[in-house]
Design a protein around this ligand. Structure first.
Ligand SMILES: Nc1nc2c(ncn2[C@@H]2O[C@H](COP(=O)(O)OP(=O)(O)OP(=O)(O)O)[C@@H](O)[C@H]2O)c(=O)[nH]1
Ligand SMILES: [Mg+2]
Length: 520
């Protein structure tokens, strides 16, 4: 390559990365994430038809909720990934589940994004899960945009909502837009940055809603901080948008803001160094596995965030954990359930890599470098159950199904070293419902659950011989997790405490990072 072409390639890489916007939508259950996702896609021209979440009898199901359980209950169970173009930018949008029971999926998703849109129900304000998710974002310095949704219904006063965000989250709020009209009179927004008005119908300056808005923004301008880019990038300040996802008001304000000042792909911490997104050499992090998304097309997709460089179809990437070379025959961009081949992708993009089980959550892919991205966690489950198989003939199928679903993170799997039936661990019982449903639908295996005499699981780590000795002495309480790492099961918090005290040289962790030895 001549100097000039090299220079050109560098310039293209930089420009391509600079137009990536990768964000997650997070909130307490039911605030309207999936609805907002649909409307963002539609408003952005990405799809023609947006389905209605939980619209009974609706033929056209919502595009980003795909699993039966999601359709039936109107909740999101897993993160959906959507890549689309708007306003000259390439967006990767990740619609996360709000329910606490699926929080692991949401936390992992947050390792793959550069910003988050926090959705707040205008009638409810900050709710428990919102606060928790916000804390995770803050820990990772993820800039947050706030979308106050459901303004088409009786809502709390906007100033009061802004105050609540500021005081409960210790976060400066800078309104980016202001609502025009309230509840069923809500017709649009005023953009404080561009001074543009976006309404669903023509409205006179003399309209009482316009007069009220003008008075309110005078007040707001004098009382609240202006948007400041540095504060936003550092995660100290959140721009706030008002809208109604369902009525498609205020939705484009959000996309336009992301185009104007949405964070570009960030640097990603690895064990040996921090990887900058603009580096020429490709690196990627697998943060999610999803199988059988399409019942007609059974496959297993590893979702990877490109952390640096450029991905080109046909490349062979090194899976750092094993040293294996992974060929990228058919990397894909996802659009909820629809997909298309990705000929190329850049830092910030989320691509799906079809594979048969080689790739795991937390895997790092590089062109050759030996580095491992950190921060994709597993949490010690709080609920443990033994799996009961309805049909003993299906033991082998059960084993395969449990392994595969555990690799996806549907549940955690613990195989007791005494050879007894497998134990599954979950953060919340809805995960057990998902396990039963998917076992039946995808593997044809009927299962139930039985209680176990254990209530806590901890990953055991430490010096190799010491760990082996401990495992040998406690075999009846030991299990292997999905990666074969040793887990100690205790009957009570008291037993766990005693065990920890008796073995000061060992670590008993309730969080497992991709690399146990680097975990806190
Ligand atoms: N009135 C009104 N209802 C809305 C609006 N946005 C969403 N909803 C309704 O709120 C309910 C929940 O919406 P979802 O989009 O599924 O909420 P979610 O945050 O994705 O829920 P989880 O993924 O399960 O956490 C549905 O009944 C929506 O129709 C809105 O702007 N106004
Ligand atoms: Mg949802």
């Amino acid at each position: 390559m001549s100097d000039q072409t090299l220079h050109h390639a560098g310039a293209t890489l930089g420009a391509e990365i600079a137009r990536r916007r990768t964000f997650a939508i997070i909130s307490h259950p039911d605030a309207g994430k999936t609805t907002l996702t649909e409307r963002l896609l539609r408003a952005g021209g990405a799809i023609q038809l947006a389905g209605n979440v939980r619209a009974k009898g609706e033929r056209r199901r919502t595009r980003s909720d795909w699993m039966g359980i999601e359709r039936d209950r109107g909740i999101s169970v897993v993160t959906s990934v959507m890549t689309f173009e708007y306003g000259g930018c390439v967006f990767n949008l990740l619609d996360t589940p709000g329910h606490e029971d699926f929080s692991e999926d949401t936390y992992r998703t947050l390792t793959a994004v550069d910003s988050a849109v926090m959705v707040i129900d205008a009638a409810k304000g900050i709710e428990a899960r919102t606060r928790k998710l916000f804390e995770i974002c803050r820990m990772r310095d993820i800039p947050i945009l706030t979308f106050i949704n459901k303004m088409d219904r009786e809502a709390r006063d906007p100033i009061e909502l802004l105050d609540e965000v500021a005081s409960t989250l210790a976060l400066d709020t800078a309104p980016a837009t202001w609502p025009i009209g309230r509840a069923n009179q809500f017709i649009g927004t005023y953009d404080l940055r561009t001074r543009e008005i976006h309404t669903t119908e023509a409205v006179e300056q003399s309209d009482p809603r316009m007069i009220a808005m003008a008075e309110e923004i005078d007040l707001v301008r004098s009382a609240l901080p202006e948007f400041d880019r540095e504060g936003f990038d550092a995660g100290h300040l959140t721009p706030v948008f008002f809208g109604s996802a369902i009525r498609e008001i205020g939705v484009l304000d959000l996309l336009d803001a992301l185009v104007a000042f949405g964070p570009t792909p960030r640097a990603q911490p690895a064990d040996t160094r921090v990887v900058q997104s603009g580096e020429a050499s490709l690196t990627a992090l697998v943060f999610k596995i999803q199988a059988n998304m399409d019942p007609n097309h059974r496959d297993r997709i590893a979702f990877a965030r490109v952390c640096s460089g450029r991905l080109v179809r046909g490349m062979r990437l090194r899976q750092v954990r094993t040293g294996k070379l992974i060929p990228l025959h058919a990397p894909q961009f996802f659009f909820a359930r629809d997909r298309q081949i990705a000929e190329e992708a850049y830092a910030g993009d989320v691509v799906g890599i079809p594979n048969h089980g080689t790739l795991r959550i937390g895997d790092t892919l590089t062109e050759s470098e030996d580095l491992q991205f950190v921060g994709v966690p597993y949490f010690a489950p709080e609920i443990l159950r033994r799996v009961r198989l309805d049909d003993a003939m299906k033991a082998k199928k059960l084993r395969q199904a449990l392994q595969e679903l555990a690799e996806e993170g549907v549940v955690q799997l613990f195989r007791p070293q005494d050879g007894s039936q497998p134990i599954v661990g979950v953060v919340g019982t809805l995960q057990l419902d998902v396990l039963v449903a998917r076992m039946g639908a995808e593997y044809g295996v009927g299962i139930g659950f039985e209680p176990v005499p254990y209530s806590l699981a901890r990953w055991v780590s430490g010096e190799k011989l010491a760990v082996e000795r401990f495992v040998g002495e406690n075999r009846s309480a030991m299990a292997d997790d999905v990666d074969g790492d040793p887990v100690f099961l205790a009957s009570s918090a008291f037993m766990m405490k005693r065990t920890v005290e008796l073995h000061p040289g060992l670590g008993f962790r309730d969080i497992k990072d991709v690399r146990p030895e680097t975990a806190a």
